[in-house]
Design a protein around this ligand. Structure first.
Ligand SMILES: Nc1ncnc2c1ncn2[C@@H]1O[C@H](COP(=O)(O)OP(=O)(O)OP(=O)(O)O)[C@@H](O)[C@H]1O
Ligand SMILES: [Mg+2]
Length: 395
């Protein structure tokens, strides 16, 4: 969950990038009878610089909402306004980046050709396509695989090239349908860092995901769907707050000191449930440490590598060094390879030296632009046609 108190962290404005009112989509059958009420009188707004999450079980209407935000599906009734206009206008579409839930990549294009192709659809010049393509491939960790056909990419690698493609036009609004689906934990972490970076650069991000931990890490506000209706909406901080309890994290203390502390707390808060525990790092952090060590030992991989810093051309202020997260850290941090040394052999200690205490009613649930020969116009047109069909998803 992003810390919205820090204005540097979240350059949100009051400008409403998305306005949805009474939005309804009913899919009809061949005879015009209602088949599925996919979205039912939904209202929400998204402001510039926000990361907004669409949550809900399978079939609850998230992707249908996204397709209406993109102008790919026409609402049965209600209003949808994106960047102050109808999403069906071409000028609106060019300001949006979209990662669909299903991969729609042209399998015979290489990674670089894929980005070049999408750059052409947005009317970018050859030199812009080259610069942006190279930066994006580096950013998503696919520079080493840029000449391989995307049909050969693993699922996670396809997700990564899809994310790069969604950013080729330097969009103001980025809509990501299940961005972390199929990604390894490092890829997930990178995508989450990327989403936060985009938001700090003033982009607005709307995403849908079933991975609640990911949503919790990046979203400012969420909406929770069930059966096409909104059942909860608001700031994550507020939705998840558990009033009535406090948690302290302090360095390890002697048993006597802990007992003195507890008896002091008991004298202040009679009958309170007090928990004392040694905090553990989460599995994501542990996994990333192990892989960092494997990389430091130069283990080979034919898959995606760690992405690098965010592509320079993506607008907004660049990061100050202190704020760089895993994207940079994985590549630049000096990894301590001493001791046990091998990948997976190193035992990472839990965060020793600290004790966490909580009290109250709280639950303690613990290259180059394109490859010449294949860049023929007929093929590009065929791919564009196929792309249009797939993106439409059938109404
Ligand atoms: N083209 C379509 N024709 C008919 N019904 C559709 C169509 N697209 C979606 N639906 C129906 O609309 C409902 C919402 O689907 P949607 O794809 O929006 O769900 P979702 O929340 O994205 O689910 P998931 O988490 O599985 O991706 C479902 O009942 C689905 O069957
Ligand atoms: Mg969906």
């Amino acid at each position: 969950m992003r810390d919205s108190d820090d204005p540097k962290e979240t350059p949100q404005s009051e400008e409403r990038v998305i306005v949805v009112r009474e939005l309804t989509k009913i899919f009809k059958d061949f005879w015009g009878r209602d088949k599925a009420r996919a979205v039912n009188r939904v209202d929400f707004e998204v402001r510039r610089g926000e990361v907004f999450g669409l949550l809900g079980p399978n079939g609850s209407g998230k992707s249908t909402t996204i397709k209406m935000l993109l102008g790919l599906l026409r609402p049965t009734s209600g209003l949808v306004e994106v960047l102050g206009r109808s999403p069906e206008e071409v000028s609106t579409k060019s300001r949006i980046g979209y990662l669909p839930e299903e991969s729609y990549l042209y399998p015979y294009f290489s990674g670089m050709e894929t980005l070049d192709f999408f750059g052409k659809l947005f009317g970018l010049s050859a030199s812009e396509r080259r610069v942006r393509g190279a930066q994006l491939l580096e950013m998503v960790g696919l520079s080493g695989s840029q000449t391989r056909s995307v049909g050969e990419y693993s699922k996670g690698m396809q997700r990564r090239i899809g994310i790069a493609q969604a950013l080729i036009n330097d969009p103001e609004l980025v809509i990501l349908d299940e961005p972390t689906a199929g990604l390894d934990p490092i890829g997930c972490r990178e995508v989450k860092d990327l989403i936060q970076t985009l938001a700090r650069r003033g982009k607005t991000v709307v995403l849908s995901s079933h991975l609640l931990a990911d949503v919790e890490d990046v979203c400012d506000r969420v909406v929770i769907y069930y059966g096409g209706r909104v059942h909860a909406m608001g700031e994550l901080k507020r939705l998840l707050a558990t009033p009535g309890s406090l948690r302290f994290t302090v360095p390890t203390m002697s048993r006597q000191a802990v007992e003195r502390l507890i008896s002091y707390i008991r004298s202040e808060v009679v009958d309170a449930e007090i928990e004392v525990e040694a905090p553990m790092q989460d599995l994501e952090g542990y996994f990333i440490s192990v892989v960092q060590r494997a990389r430091a030992c130069e283990a080979e991989t034919a898959g995606a590598t760690a992405g690098r810093a965010v592509a320079d051309y993506l607008g907004g202020p660049t990061e100050d060094v202190g704020r760089r997260k895993l994207l940079d850290r994985l590549m630049h941090a000096e990894v301590d390879t001493g001791g046990a040394g091998g990948a997976g052999g190193a035992e990472i200690q839990p965060q020793a030296g600290s004790v966490e205490a909580s009290m109250g009613a709280r639950d303690s649930g613990k290259g180059s632009a394109s490859g010449g020969a294949r860049e023929d116009q007929a093929q590009a047109e065929k791919a564009a046609e196929r792309l249009r069909e797939l993106m439409k998803g059938g109404e």
